[in-house]
Ligand binder design. Structure first.
Ligand code: GUN
Length: 280
């Protein structure tokens, strides 16, 4: 089974669009998303453009604030302060990576946790790891929803997460733990990655190494979620050797068309949830 992230993301957006038009009808209000983009990183510019496009499509009032690479940290912090106080702004996202002279931690901590649609603020991170309600980071949330499309009950499943980033690996592991999975987090210093993967009912690969996960690393009834987006001479490929692995497993996400579209759909979902909490 190939998990169609594009289709599932489109369904989420369709549902959000309906909800937003109902809010608009009954409350005369719509969710607002402010995205801050610093500098000229090519990938970031594409991501932000897509975030803006899909926000508009579902009826979110979207605003992109662009700063040049050399902008001082204080200006960005002041802007976040202004957005925190603006009741028309439901969600704030600062696109990463930031230039080196800007302290990422300071920026993330400046965003009100209730408007932190990325779920990167320490309060949201802590709430997720304590199993409390929180804003859940968009990429792992997207992976999780794809997984649930295939398997409703994850109780006792052995999940192997490849990669330990704050953006994906760590929150992914927390989501799987919450569902009673036995979770192994692997990373660049893991001694024998293949022997870890071979035990897995679920593999989530998020390391940025093209076609790292091979067919003989994966059990035949495993579910494989591929977060990788790697540019190679033969085009964009994931962290999993899709051609080979897809022949044996129970379900797998393609790249592109798997996790990618879900990330933005979950950002829109988080924005709508922040809006609902602020207005209930
Ligand atoms: N850069 C790459 N992925 C992300 C993300 O999910 N959120 C933000 N803010 N920046 C990113």
């Amino acid at each position: 089974m190939i998990i169609d992230g594009k289709k599932i993301a489109a369904k989420i957006r369709e549902d959000l669009k309906k909800k937003i038009s109902e809010f608009k009808f009954s409350n005369k209000m719509v969710p607002g998303l402010s995205v801050i983009l610093v500098g000229e990183d090519t990938a970031s510019k594409i991501y932000v453009k897509n975030k803006e496009k899909f926000s508009k499509e579902v009826g979110i009032n979207s605003q992109v604030i662009k700063y040049p690479e050399k902008i001082d940290e204080k200006t960005v912090l002041n802007k976040i302060d202004e957005l925190n106080k603006n009741s028309e702004v439901s969600g704030i996202l600062v696109q990463l990576p930031l230039p080196k002279h800007i302290n990422k931690r300071k920026i993330i901590e400046k965003i009100l946790p209730s408007k932190d649609v990325d779920g990167f603020h320490p309060l949201n991170v802590g709430n997720l790891s304590s199993g409390y309600e929180s804003n859940i980071p968009c990429t792992p949330q997207g992976c999780f929803l794809l997984l649930k499309e295939v398997e409703k009950n994850l109780n006792g499943k052995h999940a192997v997460v490849i990669g330990r980033s704050n953006l994906n690996g760590k929150p992914m592991a927390q989501l799987l733990l919450k569902e009673n999975c036995t979770v192994t987090i692997t990373h660049s210093k893991t001694k024998d990655l293949k022997s870890e993967c071979i035990k897995a009912d679920i593999i989530v690969a998020a390391v940025g190494k093209p076609k790292l996960v091979k067919a003989d690393w994966v059990k035949k009834d495993a579910i494989v979620i591929d977060v990788g987006i790697n540019k190679t001479e033969s085009g964009i490929v994931g962290d999993v050797d899709f051609e080979e692995v897809s022949k044996t497993v129970k379900a797998i996400t393609p790249v592109p068309g798997g996790v990618g579209p879900m990330t933005i759909a979950c950002l829109l979902k988080n924005t709508v949830e922040c809006f609902k909490r602020a207005n209930s």
